[in-house]
Design a protein around this ligand. Sequence first.
Ligand code: F6R
Length: 242
Amino acid sequence: MKILEASNYEGMSRKAANIISAQVILFPRSVLGLATGSTPLGIYRQLIDWYQKGDIDFSHVTSVNLDEYCGLGPDDSQSYRYYMNTNFFRHINIRTENTFVPDGLAEDFEEECRRYDERVSALGGIDLQLLGIGETGHIGFNEPDDTFDKMTHQVALKQKTIEANSRFFKSPDEVPQYALTMGIKAIMQAKKILLVANGPKKADVLEKALFGPVTPEVPASILQLHPDVTVVADSEALRVIH
Ligand code: F6R
């Protein structure tokens, strides 16, 4: 595992964007696993900037997102599909038909989960997976549990996650209680993983994930077993190495 420290959020975003842009420049047909949330916003802004300057071409890239809230569709401003479209896809030349996010409005969530796993396999897996980390230690929405969930599945969000994500909603009551998330297997099968974190709120969980025991109680701890993980974090989140 490589750990890269940045002095602040902008530095973290630039270093992480550099890793993604190198992947796309060297392998234009890459399958990128993408994440939402606050942490990657600066990365997407940086990549858009480099795209606008003519430095990166996304026309052959395919993307698969980690997760989506159950019950929210693409037009809902809180859905992850809406987030991806407005914060990234709309500003670059990725082809919309090559971008995949689980369908939060699917009639049959089990079927949607199966379909999503098949999609990821049909693409040959993920070349570079971008991950944030939740305060519960979740990656995607793989919440703490007794076992690691391998496949895409529906998950009941932990109260802490609902509270953390309520900042995007008018009140915690509006945060969906369920989500669909890619499982640990697809994440761990990604050829490369890029985990990003910033701010003091992530310091405890990052310490557990990177240096604690590998346990489904801290889902991100499984990344210790992956052969090619780069962690890019600011100094507040990386308190443990100081
Ligand atoms: C989002 C996702 C989540 C977030 C995590 C951190 O697609 O999969 O695991 O990465 O909740 O969120 P932020 O970045 O908002 O702290």
